[in-house]
Design a protein around this ligand. Structure first.
Ligand code: FES
Ligand SMILES: [Fe+2]
Length: 417
């Protein structure tokens, strides 16, 4: 259980809030590169409690600006792309990607008025077919070049707008046990009801293999986040699910199988779940020209949350906790040690920012940012035929938190007991 004050501190992401300030130290994906072109040059974006307009000008430069034109406040969402910025539809002023006004066609010739006009602008960068924004203090850190964003191959991305706070989405990644219930049991039940009775089976086939009972879960702190490990069913410590595990990147990204899953905080009660998928390049394959980007609804035709696919089941579980989970009345058990550890890590990093420091997983060394490769269990790395790649012989150190779900109880992290 948290106090209301603790819950607010972890969930409120607007300007000036502690979590908002922490989140502003990171780049966040806000759109697909393919969504902004000559036909569709502008897009409304809401990120960390701020409404913004993203645009691509006629020379291809991207900008992210406060939405209202500084003249008489028409929305730049209706602007026209010009080679040097976005021209307001109302009286033709042009704003560029640095937030400067570079043209005021109806002001007297020689007027320097435009040099005095500025609006809020945030840096944006493209990588792997996504557009990322940074809203924190300058100098901006490097946009992290996470493995599947930069490896050769083909990619696609989907985004789903969720009516709930970012933390309940992301805490799911520290909660391995939900797999056997949400996906296998409930998911199986949901999927079965969509089939004729004679075609129904006991469990959800898609998730049956990973839906066995969890015997042990373990979490290890790394410099980029937390590695999650689990032993289910008859698996032993030699299995990659325990030896290698997969990472939860601080503060809000899951890296699993061939995906990155970004839980992008829109505001206190809305989150974009952006799922980015990668397939390795086949020999002789030409480079992918554009990365498809699809915005999907979280609802089905009946207005209920869609639960007929694994991520839909996750998204349902996040949203049905309500706009902001009431953590003042929740009751966490031994199987929730990962969540407790992650909240402590968040609190520790909030404190670092409040004390004027730089939080974890912020990248500033170009040499270390060429391609950041993560350990992911049962995953075939580029150029390999077997799973494990650079991590195939890895043996985990003693996890910072372990829960023996078969009876011995949990141990809380030594770094903050
Ligand atoms: S309101 Fe934008 S140019 Fe006048
Ligand atoms: Fe899940």
């Amino acid at each position: 259980m948290l106090t209301q004050e603790q819950n607010d501190r972890l969930t409120q992401v607007g300007p000036g809030t502690p979590m908002g300030e922490l989140m502003r130290r990171y780049w966040h994906p806000i759109a697909g590169s393919s969504q902004l072109d000559a036909e569709n040059p502008t897009k409304a974006v809401r990120l960390l409690g701020e409404d913004l307009v993203l645009y691509r000008d006629a020379s291809g430069t991207l900008g992210l600006l406060e939405p209202s034109c500084p003249h008489r406040k028409a929305s730049l969402l209706y602007g026209i792309p010009e080679p040097n910025g976005i021209r307001c539809c109302y009286h033709g002023w042009i704003m560029n990607e640095t937030g400067r006004c570079v043209d005021q066609p109806s002001e007297p010739e020689g007027s320097r008025f435009k040099d005095k006009v500025r609006i809020k602008a945030y840096p944006v960068q493209e990588l792997g077919g996504l557009i990322f924004a940074y809203m924190g203090p300058e100098p901006a850190p490097l946009l992290p070049r996470y493995d599947i964003l930069v490896w050769p191959g083909t990619r696609n991305a989907t985004s789903v707008a969720l009516p709930c706070n970012w933390l309940q989405c992301h805490e799911n990644s520290l909660d391995p046990v939900h797999f056997q219930w949400l996906h296998r049991y409930w998911g199986g039940w949901v999927m079965n009801r969509k089939r004729p009775p004679e075609e129904r089976d006991e469990f959800n086939r898609a998730t049956a293999a990973r839906g066995a009972e969890h015997r042990r879960i373990g979490f290890e702190l790394t410099d980029y986040g937390i590695i999650k490990r689990r032993l289910v069913g008859e698996e032993t410590e030699d299995d990659e699910y325990w030896r290698i595990g997969h990472p939860i990147l601080f503060p809000n990204i899951l890296r699993v199988v061939n995906t990155l899953q970004f839980r992008v905080p829109v505001d206190d009660t809305h989150t974009i779940h952006l799922v980015y998928q990668h397939q390795h390049a086949e020999p002789g394959q030409t480079a992918q020209e554009t990365v498809p980007f699809e915005e999907r609804s979280v609802y089905d035709d009946d207005g209920r949350f869609r639960a007929d696919y694994v991520l839909g089941q996750d998204q349902t579980a996040w949203a049905i906790q309500g706009p902001v989970t009431d953590r003042t009345t929740e009751r966490l058990g031994v199987s929730d040690v990962g969540i407790i550890m992650y909240r402590r890590l968040l609190e520790e990093q909030l404190q670092i920012v409040e004390d004027g420091g730089e939080p974890m997983n912020v990248h500033r060394d170009p040499a270390k940012n060429e391609c950041i490769v993560f350990p992911v269990e049962h995953y075939v790395y580029p150029g390999e035929t077997e799973t494990g790649g650079p991590f195939k012989d890895s043996r985990p150190r003693e996890p910072d938190v372990v829960a023996e779900l078969s009876g011995e109880g949990a141990r809380l992290p030594a770094w903050k007991a």
